[in-house]
Design a protein around this ligand. Structure first.
Ligand code: WTA
Length: 651
């Protein structure tokens, strides 16, 4: 846990605490601290109570069945996630309330009331049915941040199909891998997507991805039009707007799902090369998502909730689609980049729609800081009453900047620690109760039990680093890894019996606050996105010139971490700047732009211990400029030898 202790210093610089203001406390959904004790004394009772905020077709008979590591929640219940997110609001006072306010990157916008959204979901449900999709089938979704993305998720949920969203920034190879792993029958994509005025060739990627896969039909949303150059394949491909005209305008009856029926899969990176299909259940996930909006995000009917994540990640699933919609909120969904066409885009959107809650990533805030306050000063942000961050630890100085310049010193910040696997925020403040410490995600939310333990599973003293663990099951926990229950058991429950291991290091302070210190495994967190070092290494060694590669995450001012790849070339291959560019591109082609190495350092050999383990700490120190000034000297094997002696017994 070297990285952990290194980070401690930077995390502990800010010592002020911030109490909820009286005004905030008075209006908060949760302002009585006893909720923590109640939930701890009877977690099942607490979760059963939260589950009453959803509409059930049939009530559950039993709250929990726990056969570690397998949990079943809300047993015997029948429920539908799309019904809860959309249809139930159509029947009441929210019928004509804005559900999704969508802002396109080029400046176009659309508003869907709950009733309108419901109609679109019904249409899409009919379309999927017409394409042969049935309950339990997998549908892969590879779309830009357009309304059809949210509609597709909800349509799958409505008919009981399992959606698997693949972020639009992934390459065709990565998409293919994810289609094959879950045997998707249908792929939903777009002709292309907009990004900073340019085009992302989604359809072209999709065409390459689906060859020789179980995909029978490709449903194509026309986002860009002719300019996209998208080609349609007769018999396989069908345009969304054309099929739309062929299906009825009638309501689609929501499939009555068992609580434990899977709602979706979402692939995430792990220690080994192959991404894991994280499986989430219908009822448990939805209870987790809905509860989180009411507790951590203090959601009210009057809120306009703006989460800047892409629906291709878990944050978008929970905090754009299922959470806020199941709570009947108004959600702002933005298609594009924060700096397109100008650096005030997020602030412009907040002002335009009067956003009240703004949820984003520390890496974005660091970028805004770098740009300076001039961009946000041009807009009125007074409507903001609550801010949130997710994805990585937030540096206290970044927290303070967010607090002062975006929250104008009055909006609490909820720093939410969670993961794809946990479904919803696990360690986070309740903004009407919790005193905030910049840089700390504070304490587990009610109903969640977390600890910091040592190698043997014993709790560590406050101030000492250890493994963050979750000691009790919770409704929105992952149920398994798609097609690989053994991997599920080993990865998350292999180290400590019956106790969930998230893979993060943490320490507790004397007040019981959790300080997350980052990953303890071979996962790099680049701009809040998880990338497995093995994935990038496999992509590099796949290149004909590469003999061996080692990838590490080095600290980066804006991205949190950046990917540095150490590469040894095959004999006779020359080290040229062109080859560096080619190798970076090779990784982009294999995985996607998010995995592009920031730098590639050629080395005569990789430094290894006597037991042949790559000395990653040495590599990290080289990448961060701590041991040598000029990395070109690594071409000389004797340099590596002398460096190794400095690190003799480590790693
Ligand atoms: C990291 C994103 C510190 C952590 C929701 C975790 C955080 C991984 C925080 C999950 C936070 C997320 N403070 N670290 N508030 N939130 N992380 O699956 O390392 O994309 O394990 O889920 O992000 O990333 P994932």
């Amino acid at each position: 846990m070297t990285t952990a202790s290194n980070k401690l210093d930077t995390l502990l610089q800010e010592t002020r605490t911030f109490q909820p203001s009286e005004a905030f406390r008075a209006q908060a959904n949760f302002n009585d601290v006893s909720v923590y004790e109640r939930a701890e004394a009877d977690p099942e009772g607490y979760w059963a109570e939260q589950a009453q905020h959803l509409t059930w077709f049939r009530p559950f008979e039993k709250v929990l069945e726990w056969n570690p590591p397998h949990a079943k929640w809300f047993i015997g219940g029948k429920i539908n996630a799309a019904y809860n997110a959309v249809d139930r609001h159509r029947e009441g006072a929210r019928k004509n309330k804005a559900a999704i306010i969508w802002e396109g990157e080029p400046g176009d916008s659309k508003v869907f009331t709950y009733d309108m959204l419901g109609r679109e979901v019904d249409k899409a449900a009919h379309m999927l049915t017409k394409l042969g999709v049935k309950k339990g089938d997998r549908v892969t979704i590879y779309l830009p941040m357009i309304p059809e993305l949210a509609i597709s998720l909800l349509a799958c949920a409505k008919i009981g199909a399992i959606h698997s969203v693949v972020f639009g920034g992934f390459s065709s190879k990565a998409l293919r891998e994810r289609i094959v792993d879950c045997d998707a029958k249908v792929l939903i994509t777009a002709d292309a997507g907009w990004r900073r005025g340019g085009l992302i060739p989604l359809k072209q990627n999709a065409d390459e991805a689906v060859v020789d896969t179980p995909v029978e039909k490709v449903l194509v949303v026309q986002r860009v039009g002719e300019q996209s150059g998208a080609q349609m394949q007769e018999g396989r491909d069908v345009y969304w707007h054309e099929l739309y005209k062929q299906v009825p305008n009638t309501p689609y009856p929501a499939e009555e799902m068992d609580s434990e029926d899977p709602l979706f899969l979402l692939y995430t990176s792990g220690t080994t090369g192959k991404p894991k299909g994280i499986v989430h259940s219908t009822a448990g996930y939805l209870v987790g998502a809905n509860t989180s909006l009411r507790t951590v995000f203090d959601i009210k009917d009057s809120d306009v909730y703006f989460c800047t994540a892409d629906i291709g990640w878990i944050t978008g699933h929970t905090y754009i689609v299922y959470g806020p919609l199941s709570a009947g909120a108004t959600v702002v969904m933005y298609e594009g980049a924060p700096d397109w066409p100008h650096r005030g885009r997020f602030w412009e959107i907040i002002e335009k729609y009067g956003a009240t809650i703004f949820y984003t990533a520390p890496t974005s805030i660091r970028t805004f800081m770098k740009w300076g306050t001039e961009y946000l000063e041009q807009y009125n942000l007074d409507t903001l009453r609550l801010l949130g961050t997710v994805g990585e630890p937030i540096n206290p100085e970044v927290w303070m900047w967010f607090h002062e310049h975006v929250g104008k010193g009055k909006a609490p910040i909820v720093d939410t620690w969670w993961q794809t696997e946990t479904g919803a925020a696990m360690i986070a403040p309740l903004p009407g109760i919790t005193s905030l410490k910049p840089g700390s995600a504070t304490r587990p939310v009610p109903g969640i039990s977390a600890k910091v333990v040592d190698e043997e599973g014993n709790e560590v003293e406050p101030g000492n680093g250890g493994y963050l663990v979750i000691t009790k099951p919770w409704p929105s926990m992952l149920r398994t890894v798609w097609g690989d229950d053994e991997r599920f058991r080993n990865t998350y429950f292999g180290k400590f019996q019956g106790i969930y291991l998230p893979g993060d290091g943490a320490h507790l302070d004397k007040d019981g606050y959790f300080w997350i210190l980052g990953r303890i495994d071979d996962v790099i967190n680049v701009s809040g996105h998880r990338i497995g070092t093995m994935e990038v290494e496999s992509a590099l060694v796949d290149h004909p010139s590469v003999a061996e590669a080692a990838v590490i995450g080095r600290s980066h001012e804006v991205k949190g971490q950046a990917i540095t790849a150490f590469v040894t070339l095959k004999d006779g291959v020359e080290q040229t700047p062109e080859l560096v560019a080619e190798l970076k591109q090779h990784v982009v082609g294999k995985i996607g732009a998010l995995a592009r190495p920031e730098e590639i350092i050629f080395t005569a050999e990789l430094p290894k211990t006597r037991s042949a383990k790559i000395m990653r700490r040495l590599l990290r120190d080289i990448a961060e400029g701590r041991v040598i000034g000029d990395t070109t000297t690594l071409a000389d094997p004797s340099v590596i030898d002398s460096l190794k002696t400095m690190y003799k017994d480590s790693e």
